[in-house]
Design a protein around this ligand. Structure first.
Ligand code: ZN
Length: 276
């Protein structure tokens, strides 16, 4: 039987107005980077799908290496002013999988919703897995332009060469535009642009309910319900459109929304609580 497990790889606090946008255009980005205050320390989640065709991991969480001085480029404003991490080596995805009773070597497929550091920090545990990233995300994250955009691609494992995915053009029917990841079609890849342009999510059909593993589609379930984009996302209009489409799907079928940082996710998964 298909099952979804939640794994936590430490916590992150976001500075400024990142959880929900304040202002528009340049003001939004300024407030996102330099606005007053900090979020609470929020969990950094990854999800494991136990499926008859093998283990599928959605995101790889953060690495404890970020706690070392000099891990991130010292010139980058985001890492200087806008993010703080708290995790130890045993919080990384490898030990967390083992603690949950799974061998990282048995993970067959890794889906990266996107390549931000707190979602791709555990890649080194999966040298033999098939790793899926959208073409658009990989292009945005590579090279000097990627590093300026905040992707610490100099920290990727040497062997990292993801299998690139091109998802169909978006429509209001999210599932119609998705690609099956398993032969039975129960696990699917869905384009969910906004937070990054190449962001994707994973849907898991549990029969009566669908679980949507949504990365950073929104930081909180409530901001998705409020159609409120985040403070530093690549395309706030696309983000809101994605929120709207997820709500449309949730009106058709009970949908459990699980994302990367909402502290309520563990409870929602245990209860399989629908979004609407
Ligand atoms: Zn992100």
């Amino acid at each position: 039987m298909t099952k979804v497990h939640l794994l936590q790889t430490g916590t992150v606090a976001l500075g400024g107005a990142q959880l929900a946008a304040r202002g528009q255009g340049v003001a939004r980005l300024w407030n996102g980077l330099f606005g007053a205050g900090w979020s609470d320390f929020l969990p950094i989640y990854a999800y494991l799908i136990e499926h008859a065709e093998g283990l599928i991991l959605v995101d790889t969480g953060e690495t404890a290496d970020v706690m070392q001085h000099g891990y991130f480029p010292h010139w980058h404003p985001y890492y200087l002013f806008s993010v703080k991490f708290d995790l130890k080596p045993h919080d990384e995805i490898g030990p967390q999988l083992r603690a949950a009773g799974f061998d990282p070597a048995n993970v067959k497929t890794v889906v990266q919703t996107h390549l931000h550091t707190d979602h791709a920090g555990g890649l080194r545990y999966f040298p033999h897995a098939k790793i899926l990233v959208t073409t658009r995300e990989y292009q945005a994250a590579r090279g000097a332009a990627g590093r300026i955009a905040g992707y610490p691609n100099n920290r990727w494992p040497d062997w990292f060469a993801p299998q690139l995915v091109d998802l169909p053009a978006q429509s209001d029917d999210l599932l119609a535009g998705s690609l099956p990841l398993t032969r039975d079609g129960a696990v699917r890849l869905i384009a969910t642009p906004g937070h990054t342009l190449g962001h994707m999510s994973v849907s898991v059909d549990l029969g009566e309910k669908i679980v949507l593993l949504a990365g950073d589609v929104s930081y909180l379930q409530q901001t998705l319900l409020d159609l409120q984009p985040d403070g530093l996302g690549a395309d706030p209009a696309a983000e809101t459109q994605t929120h709207r489409r997820i709500q449309m799907l949730a009106r058709k079928r009970p949908l459990v929304y699980l994302n990367g940082h909402d502290p309520d996710c563990a409870r929602r998964l245990a209860a399989l609580e629908p979004l609407l």
